[in-house]
Ligand binder design. Sequence first.
Ligand SMILES: [Zn+2]
Ligand SMILES: [Zn+2]
Length: 347
Amino acid sequence: MRALVKYAAGEGNVGIREMPVIAPKADEILIKVKYCGICGTDLHIEADEYPNTPPVIMGHEYCGTVVEVGADAAGQWKVGDRVVGELHTGACGVCELCLAGKPHICNQKLALGSKYNGAFAEYLTLPACWAHAIPEGVSWEVAGVTEPFAITNHCLRERGHIQDCRSVLISGAATMGLMSVVVCSYLGVRDIIVSGTGIDRDERFPLALSVGATRVVDVTSENLALAVKQVTEGRGVDGWIECSGSPAAINVGLKLLKKTGQAVLIGLVGKPSIPIEWNQLLYNELDLFACFSSPPSSWEKALAIEAAVAPQLRQLVTQVIPLENWAEGFAAMRRGDGVKILVDMEA
Ligand SMILES: [Zn+2]
Ligand SMILES: [Zn+2]
C-alpha cells in the first residue's frame, strides 16, 4: 500500500513509500482509511522538531471503514463500521494515569503517526480499544476533524469550564482557535472574541464569524484591550482560551482576563520558557488549565455533539487533496492558508 513515511531521522526525509498491509492481531482491527488530516505536528515531524522514530507512517487525524476484525474484537466491531480513532497507542493500561482515564499522557505512549505507524496510508492496523463509531449523519469530512475536536472538548469542557463563561477571548484563529469558537458557541457563551493577525483577515476571520464568533480583532491594526473592555464593560473576559503559542499574545491575554477568570492553555510555545507577569496570576486569583491532547472521555464528549455542530465543523475543512499532493498541503499549512486540509487516501 502507499503511505507517507518519515523514513529517516533528521530534517525532511518524508516521502511516499510502498509499505506492507499488516494483518490485524486478535485484539486489533484493520481500517481502510478515508481521510487523514494534516496537523501542525506533522510539520514538526517533517522538520524533526517533534519526537519520532523512523521509519514510521505519519498521520494521526483519521477516519475510515473497518475491513477486517481480529477474533477478540469481533463483539465490538464488524466489517463495514465507520470509525474514527485515538492516537494513544502504546499506552500501558496499568499505570496510575491510564487507570485514571488519562492514557494520552501515559509515559509508555507511542503516539500514532510519530512513534507508531499512522494513517497517511491506505490501511491502518489499530488496537480495537482506540476506535470509536462515527455518529449517524456525520459526513466523512466532519469525521476527519474529530481528533482536534476531541482536544477542544477536553480543553474547554474537561480541563476548563467554559460553559460557566459569558464572555471569552480566543487568541489565535487557526484550527484550535476556530474549533474553540464552535464549542463556545455550542455551550452558549454570549460574547466570543477572536484575536489574530493580518494573515487571518481574508479567510479565517470570516470563518470565525461564520461559526459563531461575535467579534474578531486583528491585533496588528486594532486595539484588542479596548475591544475587550467595550464588550465586557471594563471587567475583562470570564475565560481566555490561548491557542496562539505567541509570547506576545500570552502576555496580552493574561491582562484581559477578569479577576478570578479562567485561562485555558492550548497553544505550545516555540521556546522552552517565556517571560510572563507572574504576580498577575496571584493578584487576580486566576485559574490556569494547562491542556494536552485528548483522553478517551473527551472523544465521547466530542462524538456526542458532533452531529449537532457538523455544519460548523464542515466549514473548517478548507481543502481536500490526494496523497500525491502532500508536499503542497504541508506547504499550505506552513503558509497558514485555510484551516484544515484533509488528505483523501482513496483518491
Ligand atoms: Zn494533530
Ligand atoms: Zn499507562
